[in-house]
Write a protein that binds this ligand. Structure first.
Ligand code: SAH
Ligand code: SF4
Length: 421
């Protein structure tokens, strides 16, 4: 989401006549896009601010340092007091104000919530051949641990026609993949139209482009949606379905709106309709009140579902959320210890699932260069990374490859043939 927001900021600033530089030492304006979901991300961006503030004092240094994103919305004015080298604090709904603020040379925080959709901002995506299209912003779910509804505002959906127009533009520009983006895409609703219909229409307009979406809330993940994934060949067989915990009691306290059994039955529904689907998840360790037994339920859930991939976190207290200050907090070291157990278990599962591909064939979208000279990186429909020793392949092309090895989420592949456009 922040990658997409950075693209919007780039679009707004370029339209106002500013030019991007790759080297922060020569920049007049430096913008940081921040994330407030966990304390660690916040600490890192504030550390970076302190570093940049020292540049500010040097001759030829930047004349404006601006903190954008959710940390800006969370702390607002206070940041100006805490960081004397900081000039602007601009929240996620206020990026249209950036050119004016930068030019005026004021020291100011502008971070209120607005029903902003950023329509008609020129899209400056640098990630060809993959692009994001935002379908909704904000979130109304108020999961007990989560700061997102407090910093990204109320849920609002973009119009059907604006989304389709953006998708068509990407197709015409030769993109290979579009990912529909929202905190909970399943809450998409525009004049009575829900997400399954939107996805179906996007798939119809996307031509040869692959279509993905992120993120789905399990409580709203429906049979209708599964049918669209199964029926549309260009909708990727890949779903990110954050579970958060394997314990129904913890899920209840998180306010997630589903039990362990509900989650498992949604996974079964999905696998029945789309047998080779790649499923990933988010899970956290050490939510307040998580007992040893609750934690075991999370471990067994990882094993039972056998996720292809999982993003694992330790619970981080966020001020203003319902969970902050809940009783029976799990000590920090215990959260970390439990996180390590989850990581260890999932590492084995990821590797086992990845190795199943070895010897088989997959279609990949070539996305760019690899780390070594001559290497190309591609993605499978399941979003797995494939490294190819094929310097002749251009980003944006599709190729049929044979998978020759797997190491975690990364695979090695050899080219069989380039696919027609
Ligand atoms: N809208 C998405 C999640 C956005 S935040 C969804 O509902 O799935 C991304 C992930 O960060 C969450 O899925 C959760 O696993 C994690 N997360 C959010 N708040 C957290 C917190 N306070 N501590 C630790 N992890 C958190
Ligand atoms: Fe946060 Fe829950 Fe909304 Fe996801 S659905 S952004 S976890 S409040």
């Amino acid at each position: 989401m922040n990658v997409r927001d950075a693209e919007l900021i780039r679009g707004i600033l370029e339209e106002a006549g500013l030019q991007e530089t790759e080297d922060s030492r020569t920049a007049d304006v430096i913008l940081l896009v921040s994330c407030a979901v966990r304390e660690h991300a916040e600490t890192r961006v504030l550390g970076r601010l302190t570093q940049l503030a020292s540049l500010r004092k040097k001759a030829g240094g930047p004349s404006c340092i601006c903190l954008c994103g959710c940390v800006a919305r969370e702390h607002g004015d206070d940041l100006l007091d805490r960081f004397p080298g900081l000039d602007l604090v601009v929240g996620p709904d206020c990026y249209r104000d950036l050119p004016g603020l930068i030019r005026s040379g004021t020291r100011e925080a502008v971070a209120q919530s607005r029903r902003e959709h950023y329509e008609n901002v020129p899209s400056v995506g640098r990630a060809f051949p993959r692009a994001f299209v935002t379908v909704m912003r904000g979130c109304d779910n108020y999961c007990a641990y989560c700061i997102v509804p407090l910093v990204r505002g109320r849920e609002r959906s973009r119009s059907f026609s604006m989304i389709l127009a953006e998708v068509e533009e990407l197709r015409e520009r030769g993109f290979g993949e579009v990912a529909l983006l929202g905190q909970n895409v399943n809450s998409y609703r525009y004049r009575g139209t829900g997400f399954p219909r939107l996805l179906d229409s996007v798939a119809e307009r996307a031509g040869r482009m692959w279509v993905r979406f992120v993120t789905s809330h399990p409580k709203d993940f429906s049979q209708n949606l599964v049918e669209v994934i199964a029926a549309r060949p260009n909708v990727c067989n890949q779903v990110h379905l954050p579970v958060q915990s394997g314990s129904s009691e913890i899920l209840r306290r998180m306010g997630r709106g589903y039990t362990r059994e509900d989650y498992l039955s949604k996974v079964r529904m999905l696998r029945r309709a789309v047998p080779d689907v790649v499923i990933s998840t988010d899970m956290m360790a050490g939510f307040p009140g998580e007992t040893e037994e609750d934690f075991r339920s999370s471990v067994t859930l990882l094993e039972e579902v056998a996720f292809d991939y999982a993003f694992l976190f330790r619970y981080s207290e966020r001020k203003g959320t319902r969970a902050c200050g809940m009783e029976n907090a799990v000590p920090e070291e215990e959260r970390l210890g439990r996180l390590h157990v989850l990581q260890e278990v999932q590492r084995g599962i990821t590797l086992r699932r990845s190795r199943r591909l070895v010897g088989g064939h997959r279609k990949v979208l070539v996305t760019g260069e690899g780390k070594m000279p001559g290497q190309r990186i591609g993605r499978t429909e399941g979003n797995r990374v494939v490294v190819l020793e094929e310097p002749s392949l251009d980003p944006g092309s599709f190729a049929e490859v044979r998978i020759t090895g797997a190491d975690g989420w990364t695979h090695m592949g050899s080219l069989e043939r380039v696919c027609d456009r």
